[in-house]
Design a protein around this ligand. Structure first.
Ligand code: ZN
Length: 203
């Protein structure tokens, strides 16, 4: 009786373009304007954009490559977040905490100008500005979301443990993250989010 033989996966070569195009990946998924109800503080501005551009307007898309779901494997991919504002708030991803919350994630900026917005359940908040060549090593237990504060697509390469999963509800149930990233006329600023009511584990 020995240990079971481990499954040994094949190495995979990926071609990753600065615009986020990835060849060799497993899948792509698109996030559309109609999917983002309740994400932005200014609901009137969201409704106006929906009327103007339609529910099918592309907001961001993700390519990823995964070869198995086990805890030792990495998922590698790119996230491309298109530019724009809804009201005074910059375009952003829905954001999440990993379902296995201690799982970390690397984000490396390939192009554009963005901010990684980060909260912990126990009360810390950070905003890390990303431009090409800059990366953020996000430890476990941090809720994270990308925000595009530039006028071109904000593209990041990411990698995280294949078993991490995503809990998207934690932000929605809290009325959004603790802070929001808004335009101040000629740049971005981080302001408190008045609709935030605390994350489930701190309430
Ligand atoms: Zn993540």
């Amino acid at each position: 009786m020995g240990d079971p033989q481990p499954t040994i996966d094949q190495p995979v070569r990926l071609e990753i373009e600065p615009n986020g195009e990835m060849t060799g990946g497993s899948r792509r998924y698109d996030k559309l304007l109609g999917d983002l109800e309740g994400l932005y503080r200014d609901d009137d501005a969201y409704r106006a954009l929906l009327a103007e551009r339609g529910a099918d307007a592309l907001m961001y898309y993700v390519y990823d490559q995964r070869y198995q779901e086990g805890p030792g494997a990495l998922i590698v991919g790119t996230s491309t977040l298109l530019p724009g504002t809804v009201g005074d708030e910059y375009a952003m991803t829905r954001g999440h905490l990993h379902a296995i919350s201690d799982r970390a994630e690397l984000y490396y900026c390939l192009s554009g100008h963005g901010v990684m917005l980060l909260d912990t359940i126990d009360g810390r908040s950070e905003a890390v500005e990303l431009t090409p060549g800059a990366a953020v090593n996000v430890p476990g237990e941090w809720i994270h979301r990308s925000v595009n504060v530039g006028d071109e697509p904000f593209v990041t390469l990411f990698s995280y443990a294949a078993d991490a999963g995503q809990d998207y509800g934690i932000i929605a149930e809290a009325g959004g993250m603790r802070t929001r990233i808004v335009t101040d006329g000629d740049g971005w600023k981080q302001i408190p989010n008045p609709t935030h009511v605390g994350y489930a584990r701190e309430r």
